[in-house]
Design a protein around this ligand. Structure first.
Ligand SMILES: CC(C)(COP(=O)(O)OP(=O)(O)OC[C@H]1O[C@@H](n2cnc3c(N)ncnc32)[C@H](O)[C@@H]1OP(=O)(O)O)[C@@H](O)C(=O)NCCC(=O)NCCS
Length: 186
């Protein structure tokens, strides 16, 4: 695949929307709203509209991955105020420490294109953007895949640990049976 990355902006909104629509709204219509302030609106159309409004306001950091002109995946990142709603939030908050400068929220690859390095390209693109924006401490909340039965990608909601380990992220603490806080300094 000839993979390239672009940021999600009003100019690339239609490409993002086509990908989300072809994946049934992603998780029943989340539209990648779950980690933003306010979280899901509770309806597909509400999430679509809320996400589009955030994009129009420039309040979203999200790398899109393209195979030629087709958008095939993304990696969402942002500051903690931009992405306050991580998965396993209660366990995370119970042992809260200094907040990171950046966190990676949602990662997603078109269901028919998995296993082709798209998520890897998305994380690489996000980390490059974070460096360009000044870097700092970055957190991700991926899932352990070693020492457990093989998992379908569909169940690796926050991505596999290997995706981050290869960029120097190290385990900080466990926040769910298979989910870790991983940190790196860029
Ligand atoms: C997890 C997910 C992002 C992986 O995307 P992908 O484009 O298939 O991943 P890549 O091909 O870039 O793989 C990168 C690395 O991740 C790891 N990986 C990917 N899928 C894996 C799996 N099912 N099990 C174990 N490791 C996996 C591998 O280490 C792989 O590296 P390798 O190719 O050198 O072995 C994808 O399956 C997905 O979108 N799942 C749904 C996630 C979701 O629902 N997100 C929204 C909810 S918040």
């Amino acid at each position: 695949m000839g993979l390239t990355t672009r940021m999600l902006t009003p100019d690339t909104w239609d490409d993002f929307a086509a990908l989300v629509e072809s994946n049934n709204g992603v998780w029943g219509g989340c539209w990648c709203m779950g980690f933003h302030p306010g979280g899901s609106t509770g309806t597909r159309q509400g999430n679509h509209d809320a996400k589009q409004q955030l994009v129009q306001q420039g309040a979203v950091h999200q790398v899109l991955v393209y195979d030629e002109e087709r958008c095939v995946g993304w990696c969402q990142f942002g500051t903690p105020p931009e992405l306050p709603n991580i998965k396993s939030r209660r366990a995370y908050d119970a042992e809260a420490q200094d907040p990171p400068d950046w966190r990676i929220g949602c990662i997603f690859t078109n269901s028919k294109d998995r296993g082709n390095g798209i998520a890897a390209a998305a994380v690489h693109g996000a980390l490059e953007e974070i460096k360009r924006a000044g870097g700092g401490v970055v957190e991700a909340y991926p899932e352990q895949t070693a020492d457990r039965p093989p998992q379908r990608g569909a169940y690796l909601h926050t991505g596999p640990e290997e995706l981050y380990a290869r960029h120097g992220f190290v385990r900080d603490r466990r926040i769910a049976k298979w989910r870790w806080v991983m940190r790196a300094t860029l």
